[in-house]
Structures are given as structure tokens and as C-alpha cells.
Design a protein around this ligand. Sequence first.
Ligand code: GLU
Length: 499
Amino acid sequence: MTTGPARVRFAPSPTGDLHVGGARTALFNWIVARQTGGQFILRIEDTDQNRLVGESIDGILESIRWLGLDWDEGPLVDGPHAPYFQSQRLDLYTRYVQQLVDAGHAYPCFCSAERLAEVREQQRARKEPPGYDRHCRNLSKEEVQAKFDAGETAVYRFKMPLDGETSFYDLLRGEISYENRNLQDLVLLKTDGYPTYHMANVVDDHLMEISHIMRADEWIPTAPLHVQMYQAFGWEPPIYAHMPVVLRPDGKGKLSKRDGAVGVLEYQQKGYLPEAVVNYLALLGWAYDDKTEIFTIDELIEKFNVEKVNPSPARYSFEKLEWMNQHYINHVLELDDVAARCVPFLVDAGLVDPVAADTTTGEFARVRDTIELVKDRLKYLTEATELVDFFFKDETDDYDAETLVPRKTEPETALAGLNAAREGLADIDFSDEEALEAKLRELAGEIGLKAGQMFMPIRVAVSGRTVSPGLFETLRVLGRDTVLARIDIAIQKLQAHTA
Ligand code: GLU
């Protein structure tokens, strides 16, 4: 697609959270920049004052940063084409609209909202497609001046050619053509002096020397206007590649909030790994072959080919993403890495002291020892807080005494097992899991219990639940003092229960 360094951009409108579809677009742009030694530019398209959600910019930047898609130019880092917020570039757009007007490619339109509504109404009645009827397209200079003198306000519209075709090449789809007679004279500049998306987008892509436009395919219908604008300015248009829409898992309609977590930061908060999210997003529309699914970011940079992106819609799968995340936690990341990433969640849950963020501390070592017991089955990091919380809590006695009693046995059975364990474990080496297991089996035999009838009450006593990581490793990590203290509490509970 290119031999030289590509200048690409991600140009979000800050109208809400960054969704996975947008993140996929950002990712593809970023990869192309990195694989060609080019630049990835981040531009905030904040000129639609009605749709602006002020605080969403921070969330968008945080989402992109969390995914690891560093930008070479844009907010916070600036660059040779600053500012990168369109709302700070308004003068520029006005100037360029004037240039189009002077060259006869744009015109002021004084039509009121009422008139436009009336036109639409008539078109509906005649079953014609809606659109502006070009009422002001041929006003003379004098007529225009007279209206301005009378205090009328105007928007500026692009003067589309009325016949012929507008074509452009899309890297995924090949040549795309539109008949000009079906195209509209769209607004470039509004009465409030703000440009529309088209105006700001085209001017900035040109001024920022963008070589490739990779964006969602919902923008294909606007591309002919953009191409015409490039021509009117006498500029070279960039190369286009429109990314396939992301569909709901059942394929019925576009993926939306109602389907589940679609905001990038929702995944961060749930304890997904950015590596897994990036890997999954890369496969939304692209495949290297028919089997490889796991790609590090470096492998993506090496292997991704934007021309191989399938233009047909891509279905989103929450399960596949969860599977991929689990795969990364279970098999790709090292234990220390997973433990370090769990720390913020454990700190937030009030289980661990923030010093654990320092991996040289004993507090971190404790986190690592517990995460080691669950790493192989963690689906996402927040799950760790539920699975290992009992290692860090002072108390685990908020369970019912009944829970201590194995099925089809009496409370006395559990009590006998716990009493035997209380005594028999008092002088065992807790760092030796095998010794712990051998001892508990031996004790069970002595008092005539099956192993399971012995282990179950101990598991509940030390963890407060019936499902926990392996019992002997759990005992090892908890250590003797905690284990014996918790068994004491369980014994008291049972005694109170049976009294
Ligand atoms: N601001 C547009 C959006 O948020 C950008 C479209 C484009 O990349 O040209 O979708």
C-alpha cells in the first residue's frame, strides 16, 4: 500500500466513551504508522458543539493510552501542526471556506430552517429523496451582498458538480464511484462560524499531511464530497481505507452499548489486559491465516496488512475476547507480571496496602504467592479479588456453621476433623505442602473419616467458602498462625451451633 512512511490519524469526536469499534480504527492506524516508520496523529474533532461531551476527551485519551497506542502528534504532545483540537483552529476553516467561495466552489446559503423543513416536506410528499434544493446556489454577488447588508446570516455550502462521476480508490474495496447528480451541496460552515465535519476534516487532513485515511465505513458516502473538495482546493487526496462496521454477536445490527461492555475503559476496569484487547481487536476484520490467533504487538506490526482487512462486517464476540484475555493471563504473561497488574484491584478492594505496588516489598510477595494459586484459571484481573480475598482479610467468619458440615454427615463429624487438625497441624512445617497433605490424611484415617470429610471443613474454616484454590497450597500460603486461628473460630461456631 505504501513504501514510504505513512502519516495516519485517528480523529475522534468527543461525544462519549471510546468504543471498541473506534479503538480498532485507532489500532489499525497506529500499526500502519509503526510498520512504515511513519507517524500516528491524534486529532480531536470537537467542532460539533451540540454533540460535545466535555469530559469525554480525557476518557478517550486514557483509552488510547491504556491500549498502548502512543501518538506522535496530538493533544499533550503537540507537534508541527498544533493545535490538534479543531475547536482551536476555527480561523483556519473560515479562511479556507473563503478560498472556496472566491474560486466559485462554495456559496452562502440564507435559507431558514423553516424553509428547509418545508422543502423536505414537499420532497416527502412527492416521494423524492430529501436534500437541499440548491435555492441559493445561483444568487448573484449583488443579491448575496444585499442579504448580508440586511443582516441575514448564512451557512456556506459546497457547490457539487451537477453531472459526471466522483470516484476514489478504497484499499479494501477498490474503485468506488458516485454519480454527482445524486450528491448534495452539503454545508461546510455553519452560521455560528463553526465548520462542519467535512470542512474541518478535509482541511486538517491536508494541512497535517495525512497520507492514508483509515476510518469507519460509515464515512464512505461522504468521501465523494471530500474528494471534490480536494480537487477544488487543488490538493492531492490521501489514500482511503474504510474499515468494516462491527456488528453485534448475533450479526443483527451494529454493536452498541445495549449488547454489553463496548467502552474501552470498561474493559480496563474489569481487569482485561490491553494486550488481549489489542490482539482481539486486530482480528476484527483481519486474519493472518486460518489458524493463528495470538499476536504480540510486535507480531502485529510485522504481519498486519491493511489491504487484507475484509470489508464485510465483522461480528463482535464477548466470549472470544474473554477467552483471549484468559489465555494471556494463564499462558502468556509471567506470574510476577500478572500479580503486579492485580495489585491496583486488590488495593481498590481494600485488601492490600498500596506499598504492594513496589515489587520488592513483602506485601507484593504475598500478592504474588496468592495469585500463583489462581493464575491458571483467572479470566480477568478483577476476578482475583474474589478468589484471593480471604488471604488478606483478618476475618473469614461470615459463613454459616452449616457450611462446615460435609454432606450426609453430622456436625460432630466436622467437629472431630477440625479438632484433630487443630492438634495435628500444630507442629507441622507449613512450607511443605506434601507434609501437610500426608498429615491430614493420616489424621483422617485415625479418626475414621474419609479424606474429603476431613478436608472440606478445613477449607471452609480457612477460606470462609466451599470453593477455594487447592487446600494444601492455600494452607501453605496462609501460614500456621492464621490457619490455626481460623480453625479455632470454626470449632467455636460448630460448638455454638450444636449446643
Ligand atoms: N470525527 C470523525 C469520527 O469521530 C472522524 C471520521 C474520520 O476519521 O474521518 O468518526
